[in-house]
Design a protein around this ligand. Structure first.
Ligand code: SF4
Length: 153
């Protein structure tokens, strides 16, 4: 609650979190399934630095921007379980989560169980088109949310 008794919106609460305390969660179904050269690891999909899709793939674009801004971490996960493990390990104060409605619902419910004082600010962005393979996200909207509260336009 602010001095003017107005409750912060989710975007305002997220914008107040320093970028170094924020994480970005992305679903690995956003990658081009035919020829993504990324490697699946215990910590999620890792992009290859010389990937030819780096500037057109939503994962590459959003990961690069989050890292440029100084985000605490990025997890490109095949499912909600890995994303939740990542959040528990990194303990961010702000989370931007891109996912299908089902995963978002499960993730928000899991965070609801966190004690009130430790709850991170969460922003969610549903996929434009889901279906588990070659999905799509509104990358411009994701970039806008990533940059909230930063000096980067
Ligand atoms: S940017 Fe990353 S996720 Fe996208 S195609 Fe390249 S390696 Fe795969």
């Amino acid at each position: 609650m602010r001095a003017d008794n107005r409750v912060l919106t989710e975007e305002e609460a997220f914008a107040r979190v320093p970028v170094g305390e924020r994480v970005l969660l992305l679903p690995h179904c956003l990658r081009p399934s035919e020829d993504c050269p990324g490697k699946v690891t215990r910590d999620g999909l890792q992009c290859t630095p010389d990937c030819p899709h780096r500037e057109s793939c939503a994962i590459g674009v959003l990961r690069d921007e989050a890292e440029r801004l100084g985000y605490k971490g990025v997890c490109v996960a095949p499912g909600g379980a890995m994303a939740l493990r990542f959040v528990k390990e990194v303990a961010p104060k702000g989370i931007l989560a891109v996912a299908c409605y089902k995963e978002l619902l499960e993730g928000v419910q899991a965070v609801e169980e966190v004690p009130a004082g430790e709850k991170p600010a969460i922003l969610t962005l549903p996929l434009l088109r889901d279906g588990c393979v070659d999905t799509e996200v509104d990358a411009d909207e994701a970039l806008r949310l990533l940059r909230l509260g930063t000096k980067h336009p």
